[in-house]
Design a protein around this ligand. Structure first.
Ligand code: NAD
Length: 369
């Protein structure tokens, strides 16, 4: 099976879908990998490493796509690339299925099958293919560093000849994959960490990382929906959550918010009035900004200052740590490809428990090489 990788074209996307280590494994498994020259530059994987791993490094996209059975990508590849793929090929990447109607229409005449990495089921079997988790892990870590760099104070407690510095207080709102990594990273940097989530099931995980769990009357099992995700809260529950968060905020130095509800705008958890109660010089990093933000003041890719509190709305944080984010993404893809390709061709049975839910468009699978 020929697997193609193009240079990513989205702004500030420094990641690459396959790193040389994964290419080497795929080649060893009998696949052919064609990659566009410079595809790994942004994540510090040079062409020479791909050549050494057994890939064909080709200058233009047309040559890369010729004869490909599968195109793998980080972000949605350009529609024009779809037109150059052989009929019946498979495209795999973060295809943003919620806003993909036009994109899917472009795939239909070519009989392409599109597998969205966002839709890898969050089951134990598919865990090794789950890019949402691997990239959220990177984002949680990066959020702490980003916030720490904007703080006017140190994170750890220091005892020095110039006196003792107390540790900073970090509050993480939303203890899913990104939130738990943010807790662990802030703890390693020496901060005193607390966290809140509506799902009471995470209380123990938060505590096992050395953070305290902020209690709210709303954190009941009823806040947990399908697949372990949170549900949208009722009015009374939301009031209780805001009350608990509002009480806790005035003491905090760095607040990292990650709260999301699948398919819905991010819940508003830090109001403008609450920001006004925060310490001057404190920082909020809103990781939910791309789905509307947990704070109404956060703006995409901007630093907003309100009441001397800085609110950051970073976009695509994993791409700011591209080498390891790509390595993790690539390993997830390798696991998926190993699962998908059977006897030299993709096994695209509609009832497959992993690729079935990922398919946002279905064509005819290419013939075995
Ligand atoms: P997410 O990005 O959808 O949300 C982040 C966190 O925000 C979640 O913990 C959620 O409970 C929380 N949240 C939502 N509304 C909130 C509110 N009003 N106040 C406070 N917090 C709020 O979630 P995620 O990190 O992708 O993971 C969600 C779930 O999926 C977890 O149960 C996780 O264990 C599970 N998961 C399972 C697998 C697997 O089995 N393969 C992989 C990844 C995640």
């Amino acid at each position: 099976m020929r697997i193609a990788v193009l240079r990513e074209t989205a702004p500030h996307e420094n990641r690459v879908a396959l790193v040389p280590l994964t290419v080497q494994r795929l080649v060893k498994a009998g696949h052919e990998v064609a990659i566009q020259s410079g595809a790994g530059e942004g994540s510090f994987y040079p062409d020479a490493d791909y050549t050494a791993a057994g890939a064909s490094v080709l200058p233009d996209s047309t040559a890369v796509l010729a004869g490909a059975g599968i195109l793998v990508a980080v972000q949605r590849p350009a529609s024009a690339a779809l037109q150059e793929l052989p009929v019946g090929a498979v495209v795999i990447g973060l295809l943003q299925p919620a806003s993909a109607a036009e994109y899917l229409a472009a795939a239909a005449p070519r009989g392409l099958t599109l597998l969205a990495m966002e839709l890898v089921p969050r089951t134990t079997r598919a865990q090794a293919m789950d890019v949402l988790s691997s990239q959220a892990t990177v984002a949680g870590y990066a959020a702490v560093l980003l916030g720490a760099a904007r703080l006017s104070r140190l994170l750890p407690m220091l005892t020095t000849a110039a006196g003792t510095i107390p540790p900073a207080k970090v509050f993480v709102v939303g203890a899913g994959v990104a939130g738990l990594q943010a807790i662990a990273s802030a703890r390693r940097l020496g901060a005193v960490v607390s966290a809140f989530d509506v799902r009471p099931a995470v209380r123990e995980e938060v505590q096992s990382l050395g953070a305290t769990f902020v209690e709210a009357a709303a954190a009941t099992a009823a806040a947990e929906g399908a697949g372990g995700y949170a549900r949208q809260l009722g009015e009374e529950q939301q009031k209780n959550v805001l009350l608990a968060i509002g009480k806790h905020l005035p003491e905090m130095d760095l607040v990292i918010t990650t709260a999301q509800i699948p398919g819905k705008p991010a819940p508003r958890l830090i109001t403008e009035a609450m920001v006004a109660t925060m310490k001057p010089g404190s920082v909020i990093v809103d990781l939910a900004v791309e789905s509307g933000g947990n704070c109404p003041l956060s703006r995409l890719d901007q630093a907003v200052v309100a009441n001397r509190v800085t609110i950051l709305g970073p976009v695509n944080l994993p791409a700011t740590i591209p080498q390891h984010a790509s390595l993790m993404y690539s390993r997830n893809l390798q696991n998926l490809l190993e699962y998908l390709i059977k006897d030299g061709r993709p096994n695209l049975a509609p009832d497959d428990p992993i690729t079935g839910p990922m398919a946002v468009a279905r064509g005819s699978a290419p013939a075995a090489p």
